[in-house]
Ligand binder design. Structure first.
Ligand code: DX5
Ligand code: ZN
Length: 219
């Protein structure tokens, strides 16, 4: 298990001042920026794409950007985000016929690769991909919107995935996305996650530093 970290989901940020929001949240202790990409096709919502990632980089953003692709097909968006300066890229296995190929596509570029699992997606989907995975992202809500309630069946899935990763001596991070706040984070940590994605729990607060400290006090 890796050192626990917080990835701040900018889905809940104020998009009229995104650059400033990213800077503030990193200054306040967030370790990564979680960048939600939705296409109104794989999920019923539409957000931001590679141009926005590149704009952050061009404006001098040095933070680790972890891109969560909720799009289908995935190939072109993978290439575009590699080009736009992403560090980590995950996609959903249901969004492509070629999981292995796309993980290699990400890794061959020098980026870190992850698979994002919906609440009903079985952990076994990762079994033969473990050597290609830098992280596994467990969705604890259905993808599409911020501010939803944590689905507690994610806990047993995280335990299962943690033991799968450990038995393969994998150093992949185990991330959880959706409904993470000061009430839910500890149970997720105990279940074996090490990467905590939080949107509304951070950006919904008027003091980011305090909100992040509240989450990190369990680490
Ligand atoms: C949901 C997104 C999440 C979302 C989490 O589809 O993938 O990253 O921003 O938001 P909160 O933390 O508000 O549940
Ligand atoms: Zn996400």
């Amino acid at each position: 298990m890796q050192k626990p970290i917080i990835s701040a989901s900018i889905l809940a940020a104020d998009f009229t001042k995104l650059g400033q929001e990213v800077e503030n949240v990193i200054k306040s202790g967030a370790d990564w920026i979680h960048f939600d990409v939705m296409d109104n096709h794989y999920v019923p919502n539409l957000t931001i794409g590679p141009m926005v990632c590149k704009a952050l980089r061009d404006a001098g953003c040095k933070a680790t950007i972890e891109v969560h692709l909720m799009v289908t097909p995935v190939e072109q968006m993978i290439d575009a985000f590699i080009e736009a300066g992403a560090d980590y890229i995950s996609f959903h296995p249901e969004a492509t016929t070629h999981i292995d190929q796309n993980l290699r596509r990400i890794r061959d570029s020098g980026c870190k690769a992850g698979l994002a699992l919906n609440p009903a997606t079985l952990p076994s989907v990762i079994e033969y991909q473990i050597p290609l995975l830098d992280f596994v992202l467990v969705m604890s809500v259905n993808p599409g919107f911020g501010g939803q309630k944590f689905i507690s069946s994610a806990l047993s899935k995280i335990k299962h995935l943690r033991s799968m990763l450990n038995s393969h001596n994998s150093e992949a991070r185990l991330a959880v996305d959706g409904g993470i706040n000061a009430k839910t984070i500890n149970s997720v940590l105990q279940a074996g996650a090490d990467t905590f994605i939080a949107g509304s729990a951070i950006f919904g607060s008027n003091n980011y530093q305090q909100a992040i400290d509240e989450l990190k006090k369990f680490f």
